[in-house]
Design a protein around this ligand. Structure first.
Ligand SMILES: Nc1ncnc2c1ncn2[C@@H]1O[C@H](COP(=O)(O)OP(=O)(O)OP(=O)(O)O)[C@@H](O)[C@H]1O
Ligand SMILES: [Mg+2]
Length: 452
């Protein structure tokens, strides 16, 4: 029964009750989407007001995806079923590879997400932020559930200029482009946004120009005033008026209406307050939240196991590769040693033009090293000369040839080679005179005239 009235009340609500006597109707933004800019110097109440707007979104049945660089928004879990990812109060750890999993869980269960990035450096936060927003954008193409992306300290994630030394890593998503995509094209995917900054001069201009609701708080820096001057002019707000604002006081400007407000008290504790005040914060319990957390924890465990498996497989493959490389090096070494130890002789035999026996036999030591040495070149020349002489006598293995009793002394035969016959690979044989005559009609051969 209570749930019934709560739902009815929520349905009737459709307003953001940001101050005691001021609320923003949501109906005019149904077609355009909601894109808020909350701008104020440090300590002037931006995070507090952003917290109020977050509560109001949840009160209206919306889903939040909060990018929290300071770890302040976990306090929303005090009253609302919110999954806090990472940080000191994280309900699940922030695993970068699991960002799609968190985002899909949010869209499946309608539970809000708070990404606590306070443990990371600015450039690391940018990389994580880009992955989150890309994932949200991609999933929302299919789900199209109304989600509000809240980006605190938005100048970190959508800076006007990326510092070159800390520019986004090649191969990662540019956070500025990711932000512009959400601000410009989020509406069609039901993604509303809120960009809070204390340095509007450093925030990307495209983001501000896409916003359709402005919350101007106390600003003291001239440079920041200049950055928002055109919007203030449109809203009819003077710099002196901004300087005079107290913490929690804002000028609201949207659709031609300007209103000075003081943000209402937070329902949940303000996370930007002193840490002592946050100690007794307890997350609201809900069956849906517990189930989702259990499923997330199980999935993260599975992911980790399969990652560990992949890692150990990779280590095993690397070890096997190293073994093969070592074996290869050992074999090469052995081969080199063998080559040095073995004298290889090439024996060449050529036919005599006038005699039936081979005219010359040459034994040439072949050096073990690769490539053609001077000796080999010389040998090559000799070979060519002989080949020309015999006009293409075929190469056949010497072992198969008949013994050569009249072989002439070798040209550079070493005594050792003569004592122990060297290994011979090939020899050129003189063709049988008859065969030679058959193949080479111009060759001189010995012919015995037939007698009567
Ligand atoms: N509407 C309000 N009612 C009561 N206190 C407020 C209100 N708004 C702001 N405050 C007080 O002002 C303090 C600073 O506010 P907040 O943390 O929102 O500042 P901020 O602009 O976010 O500063 P920073 O840029 O340093 O984060 C808060 O701790 C809170 O005590
Ligand atoms: Mg703040």
């Amino acid at each position: 029964m209570l749930q019934y009235f709560k739902k009815k009340l929520t349905r009737r609500r459709r307003r953001l009750q940001v101050a005691s006597f001021f609320s923003v109707p949501l109906e005019p933004y149904l077609a355009t989407g909601e894109r808020d800019a909350v701008i104020a110097s440090s300590g002037m109440g931006k995070s507090y007001l952003t917290g109020v707007l977050a509560e109001e979104t949840l009160e209206n049945g919306g889903i939040l995806c909060v990018i929290d660089p300071e770890g302040e928004y976990f306090t929303l879990s005090e009253y609302y079923p919110v999954i806090v990812v990472g940080g000191d109060h994280g309900m699940v750890p922030l695993v970068e590879e699991a960002i799609d999993l968190y985002v899909e869980t949010m869209l499946e269960t309608n539970l809000s997400l708070v990404f606590d990035l306070s443990d990371y450096l600015d450039h690391e936060q940018q990389a994580i932020y880009s992955r989150i927003t890309e994932s949200l954008f991609t999933f929302e193409t299919e789900y199209k559930k109304k989600v509000r992306l809240i980006v605190e300290e938005a100048q970190i994630y959508a800076p006007q200029r990326m510092p070159t030394s800390k520019g986004h890593k090649p191969g990662t998503i540019d956070p500025v482009l990711a932000s512009q995509k959400i601000a410009k094209r989020g509406r069609k995917r039901a993604i509303d946004s809120l960009w809070a900054t204390q340095r509007p001069a450093s925030l990307n201009k495209d983001i501000l120009s896409q916003c359709n609701r402005f919350w101007f708080g106390g600003i003291s820096a001239e440079q920041d005033y200049k950055a928002i001057k055109p919007f203030l002019k449109e809203a009819g707000i003077e710099f002196a008026q901004l300087k005079a604002l107290q913490p929690g006081e804002f000028y609201f400007y949207s659709q031609g209406e300007t209103k000075k407000i003081k943000s209402r008290k937070r329902l949940c504790k303000h996370g930007g307050a002193t840490p002592q005040e946050q100690e007794d914060i307890r997350a609201v319990s809900s069956a849906g939240l517990e189930k989702a957390l259990e499923a997330l924890a199980e999935q993260l465990k599975q992911n980790q196991l399969s990652q560990e498996e992949e890692t150990s497989e990779l280590i095993e493959l690397k070890r096997a590769l190293k073994e093969l490389e070592d074996e290869n090096a050992r074999l090469k070494d052995e081969l080199n040693k063998e080559r040095l130890a073995t004298k290889v002789i090439r024996r060449i035999e050529v036919p005599s033009i006038n005699a039936p026996q081979p005219a010359v036999a040459v034994a040439v030591p072949i050096p073990p090293e690769m490539g053609i040495s001077a000796e080999e070149a010389e040998e090559q020349e000799l070979l060519e000369a002989f080949e020309q002489a015999i006009d293409g006598a075929p190469l056949t293995p010497l072992e198969a040839s008949p013994p050569q009793p009249h072989a002439l002394p070798t040209m550079r035969q070493k005594p050792a080679a003569a004592a122990a016959p060297p290994k011979i690979r090939h020899a050129i044989h003189a063709p049988h005179p008859a065969a030679a005559a058959h193949h080479h009609p111009h060759r001189v051969t010995h012919q015995i005239p037939l007698m009567d």
